[in-house]
Write a protein that binds this ligand. Structure first.
Ligand code: UDP
Ligand code: GLC
Length: 378
């Protein structure tokens, strides 16, 4: 079965890391992937290692808007960007389209309809879709939701339950595995420091400001605590937010204990250098980085909303805290830093859960079951 995967950006965040690991594990004797991305970029380079064919086609990065001029521009642009996809499908035999995001599905769903092909819409966000949800659902044969939280969100948009399969993202447990890191000295940290890390795009809903404010509280009683922020404003949409975080670090007097590392390719090494991972998002659909850290036997702290409570079990493999609550986050961070043995115990339980529930082999198997269900449909 030849499957056309569509991804609307060439940068790498959780959706792309998840696509890369899915393609890496796909049974290539049964499924032949072809990928379409907007152009060269970090994703494209890594896709070439797991997919024999990577093609380019334009995608429109739609933003939610009520601006009539923008809506008019989008309505005119979409047919233009769907055309190259349809042209590709006319010239090449493809049996199924797998759209790796909602924006990709806007293009993939339309192309699939024109060509009478089965189509999978991979839903990785909790963005309100309004009445568009039902339109998108009509263009798709099966929806993959990355968490129960996403499934509930879709059902609230009146999407029929039988169309939705919940398939959590998985990680390669041999890559994301407990190991030592030699990164600390280059960051100015020693083994005596307790290092908290946040690995997330620099976008407001990830809650970096809460991490920094909690860090300021923690630093008052735990002088050996250190704080890493890893990730970037990938699409350049939030320059003021990034500047604000730098100013906040300064005004909290945290320059000596906080490091901003920007986007890192060597995320396994970065995670290995941490004592605990923190993800204080306001409404996280899944939170792949939690699973990566758990697979590396790191204790995690996450907010109790969206996907994370399906991943993290409070006081078993990590801690869950209420959203946008600086004191609760600081308390949780202190509990870990003050009891290294317990922290390590939580980390080991995290690895065990990752082995049970987030092995990429499971994700691949469940996704292939969806492909089999759709074989020959259109
Ligand atoms: N990541 C990375 N380098 C960075 C920051 C993040 O490779 O500097 C990866 C991280 O390992 C994870 C993904 O980007 O696989 C982020 O996924 P997640 O689902 O946590 O967040 P998203 O950005 O997709 O909302
Ligand atoms: C999206 C979500 C994130 C999820 C990722 C992979 O980027 O924000 O929570 O882990 O997709 O599915």
């Amino acid at each position: 079965m030849r499957i056309l995967y569509l991804n609307h950006v060439a940068e790498i965040s959780g959706a792309e890391m998840s696509l890369l690991s899915l393609l890496g594990g796909l049974d290539k004797a049964r499924y032949e992937p072809v990928c379409i991305v907007p152009g060269p970029g970090p994703l494209t380079e890594r896709l070439l290692k797991v997919s024999p064919q990577v093609r380019y086609a334009p995608f429109v990065r739609f933003k939610r808007t009520r601006n009539p001029l923008l809506l008019f521009a989008y309505a005119n642009l979409l047919p233009v960007t769907v055309k190259p996809l349809v042209r590709y499908l006319v010239r090449n035999e493809v049996h199924l389209i797998h759209s790796n995001s909602t924006i990709a599905h806007l293009h993939g769903g339309l192309a699939a309809r024109q060509m009478g092909l089965p189509c999978v819409w991979h839903v990785r966000d909790l963005v309100p879709l309004g009445w568009w949800a039902r339109v998108y659902a009509r263009w798709t044969h099966k929806i993959i939701a990355i968490s129960e939280a996403v499934r509930t969100h879709l059902q609230r948009c009146h999407i029929p339950a039988q169309k939705i399969a919940v398939i959590p993202n998985g990680v390669d447990l041999s890559v994301f595995a407990p190991r030592s890191s030699s990164l600390r000295p280059s960051l100015g940290f020693t083994e005596a420091h307790f290092v908290f890390g946040m690995v997330a795009q620099l976008v407001p809903w990830k809650g970096h400001a809460f991490f920094l404010r909690a860090a300021a509280q923690v630093a008052q009683t735990i002088p050996n605590a250190r704080f890493l922020l890893v990730g970037d404003d990938l699409f350049g949409d939030h320059p003021a937010y990034v500047q604000g975080l730098l100013r906040l670090t300064e005004s909290l007097g945290l320059e000596a204990s906080v490091r901003f590392l920007g986007f890192r390719e060597d995320i396994v090494d970065v995670l290995a250098s941490l004592d605990a991972l923190v993800l204080p998002s306001f409404n996280e659909p899944f939170g792949r980085v939690l699973v990566e850290a758990m697979a590396m036997a790191k204790p995690v702290i996450a907010t109790n909303v969206g996907g994370p409570p399906e991943i993290v079990d409070h006081e078993i493999n990590g801690l869950l805290v209420p959203v946008q609550d600086v004191s609760a986050l600081a308390d949780a961070m202190r509990r870990l830093a003050q009891d290294r043995a317990w922290s390590e115990h939580l980390g080991k339980a995290g690895r065990a859960k990752a082995e049970r529930e987030f092995d990429i082999a499971l994700t691949v198997q469940r996704t292939q079951e969806v492909y089999e269900e759709l074989r020959g449909k259109g």
